[in-house]
Design a protein around this ligand. Structure first.
Ligand code: DC
Length: 215
């Protein structure tokens, strides 16, 4: 079984993906890490962000083991990720990696922005996770200020809007809900309630599949 989870930044999609992966015993890939690592590698190597060929080279030679979770979670890494993610050759370089992961024996959960539309259009379950920009910015701002980053909530809202716009409006694999995805709006939901909704969507598909395979 392949579960594709897409959605906006700080919508809760990562937590939902981790919880579903544990519940159903499926491998999990946070595909944003690939873009974050590419962005951080490009920053470290002083690569010109206006040079798509150089950025694609960084993506092709990426070793995820080179980066700590801490390094990848900064606001700067997020901004760099969103920029490299708009480069078609970067996306192409990271695509096969994601598809191979998705198609492993036993199935997988992948979360990102284009999993249900581009990476795994054949996924068994597709979820689209979203929340209001104010709620998402507050969540991410708390996370970052707890880690010692100093930015105001207003700056966080502005950054989030800028990243949403870039992710939505890029020409290649823009962030968009797949037509056959189930919406989970987490604006007023606790994480447990959001995970319950996600599990209900997966269980519906499992029940339909077993009905179809009964003699
Ligand atoms: O989910 P995240 O914040 O870790 O993602 C970082 C950036 O990577 C985000 O701005 C959009 C991009 N991304 C993408 O374009 N496609 C994906 N499948 C995952 C992330």
């Amino acid at each position: 079984m392949i579960i594709a989870i897409d959605g906006t930044l700080a919508s809760g999609k990562g937590t939902i993906a981790r919880r579903l992966s544990a519940w159903y015993g499926l491998a999990h890939m946070d595909t944003g890490r690939l873009y974050r690592a590419t962005g951080v590698a490009a920053l470290n190597k002083n690569v010109d962000f206006d040079d798509p060929d150089a950025l694609a080279d960084v993506a092709r030679t990426l070793d995820l083991n080179d980066y700590s979770e801490e390094e990848l979670r900064t606001a700067e890494a997020g901004q760099a990720a969103s920029k490299v993610a708009a480069v078609p050759d970067v996306r192409a370089a990271l695509l096969e990696l994601q598809r191979a992961f998705a198609n492993q024996a036993g199935g997988a959960v992948l979360d990102g922005r284009d999993i249900g539309t581009v990476v795994c259009p054949e996924a068994d379950v597709k979820l689209w996770v979203d929340a209001s920009v104010e709620v998402r910015a507050t969540r991410r701002w708390k996370e970052l200020t707890e880690k010692g980053e100093t930015l105001s909530l207003q700056e966080m809202i502005a950054q989030l809007k800028e990243r949403d716009d870039r992710d939505k409006n890029r020409a290649d694999a823009p962030m968009i809900a797949a037509a056959d995805s189930v919406l989970i709006d987490t604006t007023h939901l606790t994480i447990d309630a959001a995970v319950d909704k996600a599990r209900a969507a997966v269980d519906t598909v499992i029940a339909q599949t077993s009905e179809r395979s009964e003699p």
